[in-house]
Design a binder for this molecule. Structure first.
Ligand SMILES: N[C@@H]1[C@@H](O)[C@H](O)[C@@H](COP(=O)(O)O)O[C@@H]1O
Length: 254
């Protein structure tokens, strides 16, 4: 794992956008793996700026999102489809037919999960996947205990995740309790992974991911066996790391 230490949220977002833009420029028909949550909003904003000011072209790209809430339609304001539309898709030239997000409102959720996995394979697999990290070390919606061989499936959200995501809903009991999420193996099949972490609330999860045991109890730690992961972490999120990890990190500081 390569650790890139940056000053704060803004720099993290710029560095992440540059990593993505580099891939988009080198392969027009890139397959992007996308994430939601507060963390990647700044990266999407920077990619939109690059599209508008530098002509960064997404017209041939395909995207697959990590997850979607069960029970919310694509038009629901808190659905991840809506999030992506507002924060990214609606402002760049990606072909809407090539943007994929699981449907959380279908009757046969199992069939939807298999269909989703198959469409990732049919697209040739994910070239570059962006990830955030949950306070409990989850990636996508793979909560602690998720097995390394999991593929896209319906998952039960933990109380800590429901509480963390309640800020987007009117009340905690409106947060869905289940989601469709790419599995650990789906994520590990991406050729390149960029994980972003910002703020002190992520410091413990970041330490466990980088310095703790490699264990399904901390799903992000499983990424340590992937050959091409870059963790972009800001000073607050890195605040619990050991001097050895900090010393081995690449810093953008002059
Ligand atoms: N499913 C998403 C994850 O993909 C995200 O990484 C995590 C952290 O979110 P945030 O970036 O808002 O801290 O929240 C959600 O649970």
């Amino acid at each position: 794992m390569k650790v890139l230490l940056v000053e704060g949220y803004q720099e993290m977002s710029k560095v992440a956008a540059q990593l993505f833009a580099q891939e988009v420029r080198s392969k027009a028909d890139l397959v992007l793996g996308l994430a939601t949550g507060g963390t990647p909003v700044g990266m999407y904003a920077e990619l939109i700026r690059m599209h508008q000011e530098e002509g960064l072209d997404f017209s041939q790209a395909t995207s697959f999102n990590l997850d979607e809430y069960v029970g919310l339609s694509s038009e629901h304001p808190q659905s991840y489809r809506m999030y992506m539309q507002e924060n990214f898709f609606g402002q760049v030239n990606i072909d809407p037919r090539k943007t994929h997000i699981p449907r959380g409102d279908v009757q046969d959720l199992g069939a939807e999960c298999s269909r989703y996995e198959q469409s990732i394979v049919a697209a040739g697999g994910i070239d570059i996947q962006v990830l955030g990290i949950g306070n409990n070390g989850h990636i996508g919606f793979n909560e602690p205990g998720s097995a390394p061989d999991t593929r896209t499936r319906v998952v039960q959200l933990t109380m800590s995740t429901i509480e963390a995501n309640a800020r987007y809903f009117e009340a905690v009991d409106e947060v869905p309790t289940q989601a469709i999420s790419m599995g650990i193996q789906t994520i590990m099949s991406a050729k390149k992974i960029v994980l972003l972490a910002s703020g002190v609330a992520k410091a413990e999860a970041v330490r466990n991911m980088l310095e703790g045991e490699v264990t399904p109890a901390v799903p992000a730690s499983l990424l340590r066996s992937h050959p091409d992961v870059t963790v972009v972490v800001d000073e607050q999120a890195a605040s619990q790391l050991s001097p050895a990890t900090i010393g081995g990190a690449v810093t953008t500081r002059k």
